[in-house]
Design a protein around this ligand. Sequence first.
Ligand code: 5GP
Length: 194
Amino acid sequence: MKELEDRILKDGVVLGGEVLKVDNFLNHQIDPKLMQSIGNEFADYFSDKGITRIVTIESSGIAPAVFAGLALGVPVVFARKQKSLTLTDELYSTEVYSFTKNATSTIVISKKFLDKTDRILLIDDFLANGQAAKGLIRLCKAANAQVMGVGIVIEKSFQIGRQLLEEENYDVYSLARIRAFEEGQVKFVEKEME
Ligand code: 5GP
């Protein structure tokens, strides 16, 4: 998605440890117009999948997910990173390891908000090693809901996430695919290589 790639080149900051900081439009300050374009793009791509609900993870997945939900006319549920262990009977829960934080957290979704009849679109801000996406898939599976696809705003294609999801036959649609960081510069996957 050209608009997103241009914005990454303009405002993205490459940090050490293979992390891209995009807090100017996605991870801290949010650009609603860009999020709307992103949401529309996901909605177009997954329009024929009969999506009934979008599932994402707090906090940075919420903005793109809400705009996709608006465009598809479906509700959006975000998995919470749980701090307390209250009411676990009412929740689907799983552990997710985050390499950016070097920590494992428990993510939960209320049983009220996932149903076995659901056809789910997963959305997240970044795809790196795929652990967040796989955690969300486990929550959906626990509810016997079907995951129809995975929409990612920024994929770091040099990490293993896409491969792990494709091995399980998930349709991964990423709006920007980063091939490498070279001397602090973002290099995208060439279109013909996709
Ligand atoms: P994964 O679970 O695929 O390894 O990582 C995805 C999660 O880690 C995303 O939800 C995102 O919050 C965070 N993440 C991974 N890589 C980056 C990055 O380069 N920049 C930012 N801002 N977040 C990242």
